[in-house]
Design a protein around this ligand. Structure first.
Ligand SMILES: Cc1ncc(COP(=O)(O)O)c(C=O)c1O
Length: 388
């Protein structure tokens, strides 16, 4: 019998040192030493040698974190980066060249949108957006120079969901790399590689850390795809700090129990808010009213920890809601043990025009709740009193 992922998330570990430590050690070192000049020369002569040289290239604590994500995502290999955005950017820079074209869902995280629309064109890389609710339109956007298709599912903050297997069929037909940002689901809920994705990206800053402490990113996939990504990270420097890797690998030990609790509480809250007089709709992947509910049930094992809803009173009601909260934190992070409320239209996305906001699914009264690990009744109580 193969081991369960819950066990792998705990028991995948760097080889124990001579100190016989129980918890995983932290190798907080910038570089590594050699036994001889010949060993040092050999390490530098061959990029593919499995030997630690310098922590920008590799580090045992970072390697443990990568190994765990690979096991959980069913991937052959991976690289870790200082932030989720560094993982996204490194992926674009490694696989896209001048003259290439990328197709992306328009509903992607704000900074990903900025890279696609402001930086890539500067370097002669074109992009096209498609609507997550219209995946049939993807094929008409494919050009001979299309090299990558990029999606987030569920998307941030709109919670749109796309059928990864369906998109993967299109990518296979046209020989396009399929890259999935799996940040909202985590491998505890969804494994895009099993559904045909070539590369999976995470902002480890979110549910993987789970306690809002450190930043981190990771990309996993087939060995032949990770090798050029590794060289990009090794040479350009967006590497993960060993300290952050240690925090994140310890966090992974509790990922499965945390995600179960996040999801159970989120479903309870989503159900309780449905039909609330101050709310026009509630969106959660495992509510049958979600437009892609059937797809969510097929490719996710739970609905995850994020719930969104629309306040009838628009922007003003959103501001008032945030100001009325007593316990939920007003901050733009998500995936924390502490529940968080955000109102994108008056905060993170306030500089966009109304039309631009609508384009990425941000309606005036949209509230995003990252459901934490407090007692669900206490979370609901705070949301309910702020809605009055
Ligand atoms: C879906 C998604 N992808 C990527 C990122 C970027 O990650 P980071 O903030 O770690 O750079 C975020 C951050 O919120 C995110 O929500």
């Amino acid at each position: 019998m193969s081991r369960h992922p819950e066990t792998d998330a705990i028991r995948t570990q760097t080889q124990r040192t001579a100190e016989k430590e129980h918890s995983t050690p932290l190798f907080l070192t910038s570089s590594f030493v050699y036994d001889s000049a010949e060993d040092m020369a050999a390490a530098f002569a061959d990029d593919t040698l499995d030997v630690n040289i310098y922590s920008r290239f590799s580090n045992p604590t970072v390697d443990e974190f990568i190994s765990k994500i690979c096991v959980l995502e069913k991937a052959e290999d991976g690289i870790a980066t200082g932030t989720g955005m560094a993982a996204v950017f490194a992926t674009f820079m490694t696989f896209l060249s001048k003259g290439d074209h990328i197709i992306s869902a328009s509903a992607v995280f704000g900074s990903t949108h900025t890279i696609l629309s402001k930086y890539l064109p500067k370097w002669g890389i074109a992009y096209s957006y498609f609507n997550m609710n219209d995946p049939a339109s993807i094929e008409s956007l494919v050009r001979p120079e299309t090299k990558m298709l990029y999606v987030e599912t569920p998307s941030n903050p709109g919670l749109d969901i796309i059928d990864i297997s369906f998109v993967s069929e299109i990518c296979k037909k046209y020989n396009i790399l399929l890259v999935v940002d799996n940040c909202f689901a985590t491998p505890a809920i969804q494994q895009p590689i099993l559904l045909g994705a070539d590369l999976v990206i995470h902002s480890a800053t979110k549910f993987i850390d789970g306690q809002g402490r450190v930043l981190g990113g990771v990309v996993v996939g087939r060995k032949e795809l990770i090798q050029p990504l590794y060289l990009f990270v090794r040479n350009t420097g967006p590497s993960m700090s060993p300290f952050n890797a240690w925090v994140l690998t310890k966090s992974l030990e509790t990922l499965y129990v945390r995600m179960d609790r996040h999801a159970a509480s989120a479903l309870k809250i989503a159900e309780a808010l449905t039909n609330h007089p101050a709310i026009s709709w509630v969106k959660y992947p495992f509510l049958s009213s979600h437009p892609q509910y059937e797809i969510a049930r097929r490719q996710m094992s739970s609905g995850g920890g994020i719930v969104t809803f629309e306040l009838k009173g628009g922007i003003e009601a959103g501001r008032k809601f945030l100001n009325s909260l007593r316990m939920l934190s007003m901050t733009n992070n998500l995936g924390d043990s502490r529940s968080i409320a955000s109102h994108p239209a008056s905060t993170t996305h306030s500089k966009l025009t109304e039309a631009e906001r609508q384009g990425v699914g941000i309606t005036p009264g949209l509230i995003r709740i990252s459901v934490g690990l407090e007692h669900p009744d206490d979370i609901l109580e705070d949301i309910s009193q702020a809605l009055i």
